[in-house]
Design a protein around this ligand. Structure first.
Ligand code: C5P
Length: 209
């Protein structure tokens, strides 16, 4: 079973995807991490994230980069959002994601275009979302726990920018797949969100049986 989990920044889709992978004993790929690695590599190369060639060159990052904790920071997330608009970057990361989705036995992938581009035939698609305020507060708490010096206002403004960039880009924009089940978890904690996600997966599996 392939489970595609898409949604905006800080919607909780990563936590839900991880929980679903554990529940169904499937491998999980956080595709945002690949874009974050490209964003970080552009900086390490001294390149410009808005330049398509610099960004494409950065797709040849070493796998060891994926394990760097700093990939999770707000600063690298913002770089990832900038490099992800380039067609060449998306093309360079496509095969790796598709190969993961095609694993025998299935997989859980989370990102922005899993249900629309990477695995359009996935039998189960979730679109996880939450209000801007809830997402900003979650991201703020995460940043604080990592000791990052960032304000709630700055995070709020960055989310607005990233939502706009992800939704309005020409290549693989963030959009609900027609057959995606929407899960708004603004008022749910992590455990409740996962329970709701499992209930949706089970419903879809029941419909398909
Ligand atoms: O999910 P995460 O916040 O780690 O993603 C970082 C950025 O990478 C996103 O803002 C988005 O622009 C980009 N991304 C993407 N397609 C994906 C996953 C992430 O464009 N499948």
């Amino acid at each position: 079973m392939i489970i595609a989990v898409d949604g905006p920044t800080a919607s909780g889709k990563g936590t839900i995807a991880k929980g679903l992978a554990r529940h169904y004993q499937l491998p999980h790929l956080d595709t945002g991490l690949l874009y974050r690695a490209v964003g970080r590599q552009v900086r390490l190369n001294g390149g410009d994230p808005d330049d398509p060639l610099d960004a494409a060159r950065a797709c040849e990052f070493p796998d060891s980069l994926l394990a760097e904790p700093m990939l999770r920071t707000e600063a690298v997330g913002a770089l990832a959002s900038r490099v992800s608009v380039h067609k060449r970057v998306r093309a360079a990361l496509l095969a790796r994601q598709r190969a993961f989705a095609a694993r025998p036995g299935g997989a859980v992938l989370d990102g922005r275009d899993i249900g629309t581009v990477i695995a359009p035939d996935a039998p189960v698609k979730l679109f996880v979302t939450a209000s801007l305020e809830a997402r900003a507060m979650r991201r703020f708490r995460e940043s604080q726990s990592r000791g990052e010096d960032v304000t709630l206002d700055a995070i709020h403004a960055d989310l607005v920018r990233r939502d706009a960039r992800d939704r309005n880009r020409a290549e693989a924009p963030l959009v609900e797949a027609a057959d995606a089940m929407v899960l708004d978890n603004s008022d749910l904690d992590a455990a409740e969100s996962l329970a709701a996600a499992i209930a949706l997966v089970e419903r879809r599996r029941g419909e398909q049986a």
